[in-house]
Write a protein that binds this ligand. Structure first.
Ligand code: HEM
Length: 190
């Protein structure tokens, strides 16, 4: 049983790369629908939020099962959150705005929902940058403090999601409930 779990965990990078692979297929076969740029935003934004929730879920899973074997996966899921969020931002900067900084700055100033995306991305970026064992040792106690900011990143991401939607709010509501549950677990456990 342990061997099976270990093999499944070793395959985590493969599972985490599948959304990108499917996205690549859809781009190559021109299967992104009537608004491909928006579809890219949505797919990459959704996957960064999903990986953020998965990363947050590891501590409660480990606490409930009393099995510590997923710690390395948590780091990996965190890095995939950073990876998909970076692609989401790159699509915004390059595909959407062709790196035209004056347009980008005006758009950001006029779109408050993007401010929260930027806040979430800065946090995810800092956490990605300090995810190595070396950074953990160097930062000492401050490492834990910094990495608790992931909760703020998750709240900012969900508000960013709610804010830009015009129609059905069911999906962001599901993410909001998941994040409230994960946050409550964290608060009760501390
Ligand atoms: C960790 C950081 C971020 C996360 C987790 C995130 C997540 C999301 C999610 C889940 C959506 C909605 C997708 C849907 O409708 O299903 C979204 C939309 C969007 N995000 Fe982000 N985002 C982040 C950062 C950013 C940043 C920094 C920018 C821009 C600088 C940005 C720009 C956008 C735009 C323009 C949309 C609207 C797409 C559309 O419907 O046209 N996001 N994001």
């Amino acid at each position: 049983m342990n061997g099976l779990i270990k093999s499944l965990l070793a395959l985590t990078p493969v599972f985490c790369s599948l959304p990108l692979l499917f996205l690549g297929f859809d781009i190559a076969s021109d299967n992104l629908g009537a608004n491909p740029i928006q579809a890219l935003h949505i797919r990459l934004g959704d996957w960064s939020l999903r990986f953020l929730c998965i990363t947050l879920a590891i501590t409660p899973i480990q606490a409930i099962t009393r099995w510590r074997g997923m710690t390395e996966c948590r780091q990996l899921f965190g890095l995939y959150t950073f990876f998909y969020a970076s692609l989401h931002v790159l699509v915004y900067l390059f595909v959407d705005h062709n790196f035209m900084w004056s347009l980008i700055i005006t758009d950001i100033i006029e779109s408050p929902y993007i401010w929260l995306g930027v806040l979430a991305y800065i946090i995810v970026f800092l956490l990605g940058l300090t995810s190595s064992k070396f950074a953990m040792k160097t930062l000492g106690k401050n490492w834990k403090k910094l990495h608790r900011w992931i909760y703020l990143a998750s709240v900012a991401s969900v508000i960013h999601y709610f804010w830009q939607l015009k129609g059905n709010l069911t999906e962001p509501l599901v993410y909001a409930i998941i994040i409230v549950l994960l946050l409550s677990f964290r608060l009760l456990a501390s």
